[in-house]
Design a binder for this molecule. Structure first.
Ligand code: NAD
Length: 313
């Protein structure tokens, strides 16, 4: 990869627009392509507002130059010209990903790396026919990527290990926190962990053990406080006098029993509707967008605090 990578963002919805901010914020020339003219037109005004918010939270050093690194283009070819890294963020279907990866493959420069934002579909399901398939991998972010730094890099069986090393270095350079998933698994790590928690939360709610607000509070005022700066393994290492092995000896059989008591189950439709009614009684449908904005403001404040407290690495 050249010293000053040029980045192409392909698909500029929720996630692609956040990715554009990530790369431009790091000072890289970033070209953004989306086939929808209205999406392209909304992009710069959205960026201006997002940059203002980031600057207020102390999270950008160069607010006035950041936007200068961004160009919105109206063809895929214009986005890919000279790009050494492509971040694909189109719809989450095998068909959409296969079609766009084939187009990228046909037009990309030799040596260009391509990361897909896919939330759970492994790259082998949509890059097999690509001429440059050794350069394609998953680079799965958390929404919004400019506020949550984690990115999962997941190679397909044919991805060149050197491409993953280079993508990891690029992600670190732009301030993201990459983790490498050694081989493909549906949902990767993040959504499998989230899925395990959600499946149990739905089961507890369905069986009437607590209401949604109390289950949510158990995470936001309990487990989640530690999770903002340490994971489950470090948590249990610190929660028994003798560390993780001691914890497993004391409580491993309890967790095993809880797991064997459960069998996999789809989220029941009726329970989902009941949960919907409970949520809408607390937060009106019309207020969802405002609450998302509130969440992003709080994420910025938390990120700024983590930086100040030396917890950002
Ligand atoms: N939303 C999330 O929370 C989240 C988090 C992590 C990863 N992802 C993943 O990121 C990807 C994008 O999700 P999103 O939430 O931004 O969806 P979105 O619907 O907001 O955006 C998708 C964009 O892709 C554009 N698009 C469609 N076909 C295209 C093409 N051929 N070339 C270029 N652009 C094209 C659409 O016009 C649209 O603007 C998906 O794979 C999704 O699973 C989403």
């Amino acid at each position: 990869m050249a010293d000053e990578p040029v980045v192409a963002i392909v698909g500029a919805g929720l996630v692609g627009s956040g990715w554009a901010l990530v790369f431009a914020r790091a000072g890289l020339k970033t070209r953004v392509y989306d086939p929808q003219p209205e999406t392209r037109n909304k992009l710069i005004p959205w960026m201006q507002e997002a940059v203002r918010d980031l600057a207020e939270a102390g999270l950008v050093d160069n607010p006035e130059t950041l936007l200068g690194h961004l160009t919105v283009v109206d063809t895929l070819g214009a986005a890919l010209r000279g790009a050494s890294y492509v971040q694909e963020s189109v719809f989450e279907t095998v068909e959409a990903k296969t079609a766009v990866c084939a187009q990228i493959d046909a037009e990309m420069d030799a040596g260009t790396l391509v990361g897909s934002s896919s939330s759970g579909i492994p790259a082998s399901r949509f890059t097999e026919g690509c001429r440059n398939r050794a350069q394609f991998m998953i680079a799965h972010p958390v929404n919004p990527p400019h506020l949550i730094p984690l990115v999962e890099l997941v190679p397909a069986p044919w991805t060149d290990p050197d491409a993953v090393t280079k993508a990891r270095a690029l992600m670190e350079r732009v301030g993201q926190v990459p983790v490498t998933v050694e081989r493909e698994i549906d949902g990767f790590i993040l959504n499998r962990l989230q899925g395990a928690l959600l499946n149990e939360a739905w089961a507890l709610y369905d069986e009437g053990y607590a209401n949604l607000a109390d289950i949510d509070a158990t995470v936001s005022h309990g487990l989640g406080l530690r999770w903002a700066f340490m994971g489950p393994f470090e948590t249990i290492d610190l929660n028994a006098p003798g560390g993780i092995v001691d914890y497993a000896k004391r409580l491993g059989s309890m967790y095993h029993q809880m797991a064997t008591d459960r069998s996999p189950k789809a989220w029941p439709d009726e329970t989902v509707l009941k949960a919907g009614a409970e949520r809408r009684a607390n937060l009106d449908q019309d207020a969802l967008a405002e609450r998302r904005n509130w969440r992003d403001q709080k994420l910025m404040q938390l990120t700024a605090f983590k930086k100040k407290a030396g917890l950002a690495d």
